[in-house]
Write a protein that binds this ligand. Structure first.
Ligand SMILES: [Zn+2]
Length: 219
């Protein structure tokens, strides 16, 4: 029986890094909605053409199509352990996932790992983050600053701030996407007894140790 794991958390909580580590350690199959949609479009199928119609007009892909994509993915990977990160992003998407898992019969939703970190701490991580546009090095002006003011240690380029990392952009995303849509997903899975809270203020290694232990159980 394949197991399904879900990672949820606010932007900047470090779950992408943990998803990568879990894939490496356990060979989990990763569901990436954007990638699945692109793959379907590239296949030239009827479904792919329908999806392209929405995407090319800049429209959201409707829920029934999302359900079809998720169902197909689970069917193809039902004997594997699957990791969802960045999906479900809303209560209605969570219900799509639940129905797809139930419909498959050979899969079990094992755990929803909820990355918990205070908003103020996230803001500090994000607002002080600077990137080198030349070599991609990442700094934090508070916790890991470059030796010289806003210049890259490796190549000397002037560091930049991503527009997503600006305080007002971050807060807008946090409130509309996370508080508005993801928090209800967490509440839904908490009622089902599936949520494991992860203290995401800790180091990458400490967080991974907790996840590793949970995923290794009942393997
Ligand atoms: Zn650089």
């Amino acid at each position: 029986m394949g197991r399904v794991f879900v990672l949820v958390g606010p932007p900047g909580s470090g779950k992408g890094t943990q998803a990568e580590l879990l894939r490496e350690r356990f060979g989990l199959v990763h569901f990436d909605m954007g990638g699945e949609l692109r793959r379907e479009m590239a296949s030239g199928s009827e479904l792919g053409e329908t999806i392209a119609g929405y995407v090319n007009q800049g429209k959201l892909v409707p829920l029934p199509i999302i359900a079809e994509i998720v169902g197909k993915f689970l069917r193809e990977n039902k004997r594997a352990d699957i990791l969802f990160d960045g999906f479900p992003r809303s209560l209605e998407q969570a219900e799509v996932l639940d129905r797809a898992i139930e419909g498959e019969g050979e899969l079990e939703l094992r755990a929803v790992f909820n990355f918990v970190i205070p908003k103020e701490m996230l803001l500090e991580r994000v607002v002080y983050r600077r990137l080198c546009p030349e070599c991609g090095a990442v700094y934090n002006l508070r916790t890991s600053p470059p030796r010289e003011d806003e210049l890259c240690d490796r190549c000397g380029a002037k560091l930049i701030q991503r527009s997503d990392d600006r305080e007002e952009v971050f807060l807008e995303r946090y409130e509309t996407q996370y508080e508005g849509y993801v928090v209800p997903v967490i509440q839904h899975y908490r009622k089902m007894g599936k949520v494991i809270d992860i203290d995401a203020t800790r180091s990458v290694g400490e967080i991974f140790a907790q996840l590793e232990e949970s995923v290794a159980q009942g393997q």
